[in-house]
Write a protein that binds this ligand. Structure first.
Ligand SMILES: [Zn+2]
Length: 215
């Protein structure tokens, strides 16, 4: 078993990078959201426990998340390769993951931090517009629609998600930085942290990661 972790701020392009890595390598993309939904849907005890926290509007505690991860890893064989996204979020989760992997005779081999300057992230997120009709994603300058605020494919109205207004974006980035600083430090000390310059075209970013995994 092998595990790698993707870290990146909102807007850093983690989702697209993860998709390509999954296609080009043997690493299976595992996100916390997907694992949680699977566990809830299958009505496994740990899933139901997580659900009770979510329904109460509370954060799912670290030990519940860790059990979900452990069950997820148990589904794969000894050759399985996992790419975590959105997990771990805390040092407790990171230490827990290390324990789970150690029991399976494995460890985290790479942690890729997608580095994008803050002004680029703010521009990417605050310029984003979504179609109310089909969900297509635009950007006011980088991917503009032909007619302002009208979707090219379905004619629907384009809108800005409340999350994407500039003030909220700045707040989201600050929360991310605070949350991630200790994780970066944790993995840096273990010598597995690799910073990837991710303001460049996404193909270049993807290739940089795929090359490091191959090397
Ligand atoms: Zn549309």
């Amino acid at each position: 078993m092998d595990a790698i972790i993707l870290l990146g701020a909102p807007g850093a392009g983690k989702g697209t990078v993860a998709e390509v890595i999954q296609q080009q390598t043997g690493y299976e993309h595992v996100s916390t959201g997907d694992m949680l939904r699977e566990a809830v849907k299958a009505e496994r005890p740990v899933g139901l426990e997580a659900k009770s926290y979510m329904e109460a509007g509370e954060l799912v505690p670290d030990d519940v998340i860790l059990r979900i991860v452990q069950e997820r890893l148990a589904l794969g064989d000894s050759e399985a390769q996992y790419m975590f996204d959105g997990f771990p979020r805390t040092i407790e989760q990171a230490e827990g993951l290390d324990r789970v992997l150690e029991e399976a005779g494995s460890k985290v081999s790479h942690v890729f931090m997608l580095d994008v300057p803050r002004d680029v992230l703010v521009d990417r997120l605050s310029g984003r517009r979504i179609c109310r009709g089909c969900g297509a994603v635009y950007h006011v300058r980088n991917i503009p629609s032909k007619v302002e605020n009208v979707c090219d494919s379905c004619g629907g109205e384009l809108y800005q998600r409340p999350d994407d207004n500039e003030e909220t974006v700045l707040n989201r980035l600050e929360v991310f930085n605070k949350q991630t600083a200790s994780l970066i430090d944790y993995y840096d000390k273990k010598g597995v942290l690799e910073r990837i310059e991710a303001a460049q075209p996404k193909e270049v970013t993807q290739k940089a990661i795929v090359d490091r995994l191959a090397g």
